[in-house]
Design a protein around this ligand. Structure first.
Ligand code: ADP
Ligand code: NI
Length: 218
């Protein structure tokens, strides 16, 4: 069996080359930030580092948004990679479970994580969808997907199913209300919640200014 550190090093190189030229906010540097946050949260919460690091590195290797809504591509790719890289079967299944369950699926859809390692990686991924990073990524994704920045006649929709959420093609400001501002109260870990508070506040301040400027105020 390959040693944990070798596995992490090989996985990092694999993911970096696979995601290096993405323009949708799911690029290597998103993964790099999630990986760093996940390591810090894992240490604060006492989660197993190898599984956390591997799952953080592989969590966006086959996002459904870029595979016609197919949610099975990411977990399948993660399993294939880890097996070929020499991970033991328990590590493969722990990481694949996290990659399968990590995504946000709509305001009204719970996305529970069974393991502490899963809760840590999900929090780390969600923190990178909040704050200054989250704002940058939302507009990057909106541009990539040809979305308007904002349209005053289109109110947000609280999606009650993943199918409904996947079909959504509204403007990017709605995404704040449909997902980003909901993340703070969906954090799993104490360490994640703490970081989420400030990132949440920053988005609220940003939106206040956005609407002021939209309305032609100073
Ligand atoms: P998760 O990691 O929970 O699966 P996603 O992959 O759905 O998150 O989203 C990744 C990034 O893309 C996030 O920063 C998210 O806010 C952004 N994003 C996803 N859908 C939209 C959208 N409809 N409009 C703007 N940004 C979006
Ligand atoms: Ni991600």
């Amino acid at each position: 069996m390959t040693s944990p550190q070798t596995l992490i090093d090989k996985t990092r190189a694999h993911v970096e080359s696979a995601l290096s030229d993405d323009g949708s906010g799911h690029d290597w540097w998103h993964v790099h930030r999630v990986w760093s946050l996940a390591k810090a949260l894992a240490d604060a919460e006492g989660a197993a580092r190898t599984v956390v690091e591997l799952a953080a590195l592989l969590h966006d290797i086959g996002d459904w948004k870029f595979h016609g809504g197919d949610e099975t591509v990411g977990p399948a790719r993660a399993a294939e990679w880890l097996t070929s890289a020499g991970a033991d079967p328990q590590t493969v299944s722990a990481v694949v479970e996290i990659v399968s369950g990590i995504s946000f699926k709509g305001a009204g859809v719970p996305t529970p994580m069974r393991t502490l390692e899963g809760r840590v990686v999900q929090d780390a991924d969600r923190l990178d969808a909040m704050g200054a990073m989250g704002i940058a990524r939302a507009f990057a994704y909106g541009g990539h997907a040809d979305r308007l920045i904002y349209h005053p006649g289109q109110p947000p929709v609280m999606h009650q199913s993943f199918e409904q959420y996947k079909k959504n093609d509204g403007h990017t400001i709605n995404h704040f209300y449909e997902k980003l501002l909901l993340l703070k109260d969906r954090m799993n870990t104490a360490a994640g919640k703490k970081i989420a508070e400030e990132r949440h506040r920053f988005m609220e301040i940003y939106l206040e200014r956005f609407f002021k400027e939209w309305n032609g105020e100073s």
